[in-house]
Design a protein around this ligand. Structure first.
Ligand code: NFE
Length: 472
């Protein structure tokens, strides 16, 4: 048996350490560890509740809008305005947030994942992007073109940031999403500027990103069988009024769909460096203990009905397709047929890449429709008043999956705040029953050719892990 440690395995946002044991050409055991404690949840205790709106986005520079959205939803509920956010405010929140999703998906595909499949030896990127792969399947021309797209994607990401800044003031850490709605009433000039950039981004997503993702999926079709979890969960995302969300919530297991019940979530800490017992996030604590016996990660282990679940684009696609979401089915159904994929192998390395590209196009189309619904003279927010005692939960999907903020106010101040991020779900360690976390599950059983590094890198990175979020 050989043990290999990849540390860090992530190309961005903190250190994820992965240890694999390889025996007879197979990964027989995997351990996923977050190597850092941050404590943002503890910093919030005793502060004025509206501070959560400004502080929690600092959890992450890649997906700050995800935390801004979850904090706003939790504060909407705690302040009793959940049902009164004006339509304009909702549309603006969606437009700010969706722009950051487009940025994240383009970043992930071109800059964090694709280099694992490219020959970069003859470029200035060699060395920066890690060791060369021997499993290259693109022609010279395809490789050269994908490297060009790597560069073009940098420009697309800049434009996506500009979309956030147009309605949110700046990026990162926009100031447009607030409890009760949005802070800024956009001018006609800003709406036109947004539309102009959105169309440029959409053209790239449709004409380049989606095609490149399909090409990758065709060349590496065996990766539809690798890195599978098959238990998927999504909180849904992008409210559209009357309790509906563009991406519906749900839980999917081997083809069976179940409605989401947030009450059966708990965060286990048996192998995490925290004292205490596993509990629902409304009651769970964060008590760091670096010397805890058996613990091997600073990431907690969220579980749904006691089971580890993969979160992210594969979960959203499986649930949306499983529920027969008509608009998503029209796009997703065709693409999956083209790549010869069924919802059953979305939970795989290539399934995740394809699901991300698919939803980027779906979202870009939807953003244009939301933009057309904005009323420049309409209200964007309702005032909020902080109660002495209240609770609120903000559940949304982030680009990388299900994200929850749970807040309790006592005496007009924050008494409790818990964040469970997508990478907390995906990169979690084992739990008290010994069940591995989703990335550990995805790695174990994988056939490998050499020491396993190539396959492990591709599997872990297909989840797009972000450690800054995972440990908060
Ligand atoms: Ni730091 Fe994030 C997303 C959130 S992942 S990137 O998407 O929340 O844990």
């Amino acid at each position: 048996m050989r043990t290999l440690t990849i540390d860090p395995v992530t190309r961005i946002e903190g250190h994820l350490r992965v240890e694999i044991e390889v025996e007879a050409g197979k990964i027989v055991r995997a351990r996923c560890s977050g190597a850092l404690f941050r404590g943002l949840e503890l910093i919030l205790i005793g502060r004025y509740p509206l501070d959560a709106q400004r502080i929690t986005p600092r959890i992450c520079g890649v997906c700050p809008i995800a935390h801004a959205t979850a904090a706003a939803l939790a504060l909407d509920q705690a302040t009793g305005v959940k049902e009164s956010v004006p339509k304009n405010g909702q549309l603006l929140r969606n437009l700010i947030y969706a722009a950051n999703w487009l940025h994240n998906h383009v970043l992930h595909f071109y800059h964090l994942a694709l280099p694992d499949y490219l020959d970069t030896a003859a470029t200035p990127l060699a060395g920066l992007l890690g060791r060369d792969t021997e499993d290259r399947r693109f022609s010279r021309e395809e490789n050269a073109q994908l490297l060009q797209h790597y560069l073009a994607a940098l420009e697309v990401r800049r434009k996506a940031h500009e979309l956030v800044a147009l309605f949110g003031g700046k990026m990162p850490h926009e100031v447009g999403i607030v409890p009760g709605g949005a802070s800024h009433r956009p001018t006609l000039a800003e709406i036109s500027a947004y539309r102009f950039r959105l169309r440029e981004i959409r053209a790239f997503v449709e004409g380049t990103y989606l095609k490149d993702a399909l090409l990758l999926a065709r060349r590496y079709a065996d990766y539809f069988e690798l890195g599978r979890v098959n238990r998927l969960l999504t909180f849904g995302a992008f409210p559209e009024g009357s309790g509906r969300r563009l991406f519906p919530p749900g839980v999917w297991e081997n083809g069976t769909l179940e409605a989401l019940d947030p009450q059966v979530i708990h965060e286990d800490v048996a192998f995490s460096r925290y004292d205490g017992q596993g509990d629902h996030p409304y009651h769970a604590s964060t008590k760091p203990n670096p010397a805890k016996d058996r613990a091997y990660s600073w990431i907690k282990a969220p579980r749904y009905r006691g089971r580890a679940c993969e979160v992210g684009p594969a979960a959203r696609a499986a649930v949306a397709l499983g529920l027969g979401h008509p608009r998503f089915q029209a796009l997703g159904g065709d693409l999956l047929r083209e790549a010869q994929v069924t919802p059953k192998n979305l939970s795989s390395v290539m399934g995740r890449h394809l699901a991300r590209a698919m939803e980027a196009l779906f979202l870009a189309e939807q953003m244009e429709a939301w933009l057309a619904e904005l009323d420049p003279s309409g209200p964007v927010a309702v005032p909020v008043r902080i109660p002495r005692e209240a609770e609120g939960q903000g559940l949304t999907d982030a680009p990388r999956g299900a994200l929850g903020h749970w807040l309790r106010i006592e005496g007009g101040l924050i008494a409790h705040y818990q964040v469970v991020s997508p990478t907390t779900w995906n990169a979690s360690p084992r739990d008290e029953h010994g069940e591995p976390g989703p990335i550990e599950l995805a790695l174990e059983g994988t056939p490998v050719r050499g020491d396993g590094q190539l396959e492990a890198n591709r599997i872990v990175r297909s989840f797009d892990p972000c450690l800054a979020c995972a440990v908060q």
